[in-house]
Design a binder for this molecule. Sequence first.
Ligand code: AHG
Ligand code: MN
Ligand code: MN
Length: 318
Amino acid sequence: MSHLSTTLESVASRDPLRAAAVDTVKALALAVADIATLIRWPSGDVALGAASGSANADGDNQKALDVLADEMIQNALCKVPSVALYLSEEQDGAVPLHDSGTIIVASDPLDGSSNIDTNVSVGTIFSILPAVDGALQAGRNQIAAGFFVYGPQTTLLLTFGESIMAFQLDNDGQFYDMDWQVRIEPKTDEFAINASNMRQWQSDVAAYIADCLAGTNGPRRRNFNMRWVGSLVADAWRIFRRGGIFLYPADARSGYGAGRLRLVYEANPVAFLVEAAGGKAVDGNGPILDILPESLHARVPFIFGSANEVDEFMRYRP
Ligand code: AHG
Ligand code: MN
Ligand code: MN
């Protein structure tokens, strides 16, 4: 298997922004190898899933690992002169790193925090944008995006907008190419949604899920399976592996009028990967990647996965 750096050599090419993004991915990979070690073998004095006593800008109570991962990611990016700004789920505003930087890195340093104590996969999500267009720009501008999953394997899905590359962490602390031609199956019989919110859903979402649940007795004339991990990266990795549709829609709960997931550092990077793999990613009206973020922590309804199934969901929209 070829090393991450070898696979990325061909990408760096003569495009200075892509070369800067390659340097960033390499720096993130080193930090993620350390985060993976911390998760797998936590030092006795740090309860990673314990409340840190603080909350982030989105009002989420920060777990110790949220704060630690954010520090480790920011420290890694400080070593990359091309990174002008760091945007983080765990920090209120943009963090200036290098005045002469040409790229912006947005990150969810630890995705799936509620799962830390349950030994379920969590991850680190990142989005790399040109600095020239400022912190709030449509996801279609991304130079590169990806996410790491800390699971039975520690893995990385990465794209520069064309194909998707998949890597796994080896015992030597290095990432190696999995030689997986990543494409999302256009058709699926599996949906992912937090069904406990059913009474809060808008009527189109409720009708779509009801028809999936009706199986062979209903209009879909086939049975569906359901999965919900509660870590976006884990649900997303499964969808890249075997297809599926993920839905975190807006719902009637206070604060969930635009769902739960954040556009800049969760939906945009995942949507960039999904479209590169032949899938679709929408907010219920149009492509995620065409939305201009109104603020750093803005939320967005997020439906993505197998293209035919996302199209089917859109047929239920009013
Ligand atoms: P984070 O831990 O970074 O806040 O992200 C959690 C997100 C996402 O990973 C997951 O899909 C979703 O929250 C789960 O939400 P519910 O707990 O409401 O199901
Ligand atoms: Mn997250
Ligand atoms: Mn997070």
